[in-house]
Write a protein that binds this ligand. Structure first.
Ligand code: PBG
Length: 327
């Protein structure tokens, strides 16, 4: 054949493929979500997330130290709260001496250069398993936002670099910004879960925290997966209210949303490669259905290619190890 263009020329060798690669990923862009539990020297497997554990804070510090050495320096912390501390008011969420604030203090002390991101939502503390206060079967917005604002100030005081509201209440970003500023925490950033969809892919996470909703679902606050315009509206609203970073969650079934938001906004965009996305790859690998490492690498590059500036992923350390092995 007489062909002027033969695209395969640029795929001939690994070096040429690396030369023309359009998408790059480094451990610095990965955020590792971790689960902390009470106690000392405790590690509990999460059966739906092979390879992921809940750690007591002393063991978590060791894990974080290892991750930092691999170049993963940002962590999203989620507390696994004992059932006995959960109630309908989620009062443990605003305990300044609770598991999460104490863990943040300890970690900030040991790893001052790490970026610690804390979750702002009530579900880990709520006996109803919802992200907000429940009254007569309804998730109450404004009262929840008041509690979330207090929670954010407590996390900032403990040493959080970034607070990340994952609750999807209306107006919470603005209220949190105002509360932080009032208390002098101007430098604490807000990573808003802006486009958070009501998703089946959160299933394993709810096992990790034992936080599944006790009734109904989360569709009155998390978004409908049929919608795109709504995601843009949420992202823009959050930015107007003071969000420094906006997030799309989950990631893999929502690459179009990541791409659109990245195109429309000028703040950094994060994507959350959620528990179910992790579990699917691990399950398929365990069943001998595909190469889990290759599926991980491909998925994370796809999320980056779609436009994510940073990725929350349970694969963070594994991916950092893979990246190092490619050097
Ligand atoms: C709840 C919260 C969820 C996740 C992070 N924060 C679950 C939910 O909305 O029910 C999910 C993360 C994951 O699945 O990895 N505030």
């Amino acid at each position: 054949m007489k062909l002027t263009q033969r695209p395969r020329r640029l795929r001939r060798s690994q070096v040429i493929r690396d030369l023309v690669a359009e998408t790059h990923l480094t451990p610095a862009e990965l955020i590792w979500p971790v689960f902390v539990m009470e106690g000392k020297n405790q590690a509990e497997k999460i059966t739906t997330m092979p390879g992921v554990k809940r750690f007591s804070s002393d063991l978590l510090a060791q894990e974080i130290s290892k991750a930092m050495k691999m170049g993963v320096k940002s962590f999203a912390l989620f507390p696994a709260i004992n059932d006995s501390l959960k109630n309908s008011q989620a009062s443990e969420a605003v305990n300044a001496n609770g598991l999460l604030p104490n863990t943040v203090k300890m970690l900030k002390d040991r790893f001052p250069e790490a970026c610690l991101i804390t979750d702002i939502a009530l579900d880990p503390f709520s006996s109803d398993g919802h992200d907000g206060i429940v009254k007569n079967g309804e998730i109450i917005n404004d009262e929840t936002v008041e509690i979330l604002s207090k929670m954010a100030v407590i996390h900032a005081q403990a040493g959080a670099d970034i607070v990340a509201p994952s609750d999807m209440m209306d107006g919470r970003v603005g209220a949190i910004r105002q509360a932080l500023d009032q208390e002098g925490w101007h430098q604490t950033a807000i990573l808003a879960y802006a486009a958070k969809y009501a998703s089946a892919f959160y299933g394993p996470f709810r096992e990790a925290l034992n936080s599944a909703p006790k009734f109904g679902d989360k569709k009155t606050y998390q978004m409908d997966f049929r919608n795109t315009d709504e995601a843009l509206r949420e992202a823009k609203l959050d930015i107007r209210e003071g969000a420094d970073i906006v997030m799309v969650k989950p990631a893999l079934a929502y690459l179009d949303i990541i791409q659109k938001i990245k195109h429309e906004v000028s703040v950094p965009v994060a994507a959350y490669n959620v528990s179910g996305e992790y579990a699917m790859i691990k399950a398929a690998e365990a069943a001998g259905m595909m190469d889990g490492t290759k599926a991980m690498v491909e998925s994370l590059y796809a999320i980056k290619r779609a436009g994510a500036d940073m990725i929350l992923t349970y694969f963070a350390v594994e991916m950092a190890e893979w990246l190092e092995s490619q050097q």
